[in-house]
Design a protein around this ligand. Structure first.
Ligand code: ATP
Length: 281
């Protein structure tokens, strides 16, 4: 049975920007991740510059953080490989920005200096300055440029951490639980920033790991749901995976981000379907 009507899609999927190729991870005999293969392609929308947003869900403790560290090149998987960027090279630490909940910034440097240090890892000093100015403006941080991290609000620190990771990584950033602990106004602000990130460059790709399913789904054009597959006898196989059926192409389903997508009945039905799938594990 087809649950969702797929309207004629003005989207096309072009070259890959992130590939997970047969990733497994075992810690001291405990299989945590099993045979994960998934790919994000550059989604091209005629007349629009729009990067990719991948929402990534799974029950607590299932292995999302482990997979994030593997995607960021910080942990080597037991088997398989992650390939990133236009050249699809094996991921190296630094290729993928990882924004964790604590937003680490250098406390003894101003906001602008923090961003400059990050930008100079990738650009010449003159170029780095230009990029920092552009990010300060686009992320509404310019009035706070001379403040130290302790003088920034939580939302400003989060925006600074996202800018910092974008400045020093290669188009790909992972946001780990970005909505947790934010009030409704800050959630709206962060949603705008994520949309802003994707409009800055066609290849910018944001992976959002979140338990906030409705907010994240509204922003995403691809969804990955991590769960356990079962063998022929119905027993769960060891290690979580992202099965093909749990890799959703929201762009193709007409549910990729657009203003007020959350208010559409189709969207509500899809979110309920996702929640039921997550409950089943
Ligand atoms: N370095 C490690 N050594 C051994 N086991 C580990 C290690 N890192 C993670 N694990 C195990 O891998 C499993 C998955 O952990 P992970 O932190 O990825 O879950 P998660 O899905 O991110 O959970 P949550 O949503 O609660 O943050 C857990 O059972 C954890 O104990």
């Amino acid at each position: 049975m087809r649950l969702y009507h797929a309207p004629m899609s003005p989207y096309s999927h072009e070259e890959p920007v992130l590939t997970l190729d047969n990733i497994s991870m075992t810690f001291h005999g405990e299989v945590v991740l099993r045979d994960i293969s998934a790919q994000v392609r550059n989604v091209v929308r005629p007349g629009m510059t729009q990067g990719q947003v991948v929402g990534f869900y799974g029950r607590s403790g299932i292995g999302k953080s482990v997979l994030c560290r593997i995607m960021a090149g910080l942990v080597v998987p037991s088997t398989g490989q992650v390939q990133v960027g236009e050249t699809q090279h094996p991921v190296r630490p630094g290729d993928v920005g990882l924004v964790q909940q604590r937003y680490p910034l250098f406390n003894h440097r101003t906001l602008a200096d923090n961003l400059l240090v990050a930008a100079e890892r990738k650009h010449s000093p003159a170029e780095a300055k230009q990029h920092v100015e552009a990010y300060l403006e686009r992320f509404r941080l310019a009035p706070h440029r001379r403040k130290y991290p302790a003088q920034l609000s939580g939302g400003q620190r989060q925006r600074a951490a996202i800018a910092q990771q974008l400045l020093c990584s290669d188009h790909l950033i992972l946001l780990d639980e970005p909505f947790s602990g934010l009030d409704v106004a800050m959630i709206d602000e962060l949603k705008k920033i994520i949309v802003e990130v994707t409009t800055m460059d066609e290849l910018n790709t944001v992976v959002i790991v979140s338990h906030d399913i409705a907010t994240t789904t509204a922003l995403s054009d691809t969804l990955w749901l991590m769960g356990y597959e079962r063998d022929a006898a119905g027993q769960p196989l060891p290690g979580a995976t992202i099965s093909k059926a749990h890799q959703y192409d929201l762009a193709g389903m007409g549910l990729a981000w657009h203003p007020n997508v959350e208010a559409e009945p189709e969207f509500g039905r899809f979110v309920e379907h996702l929640k039921a799938e997550i409950r089943q594990g």
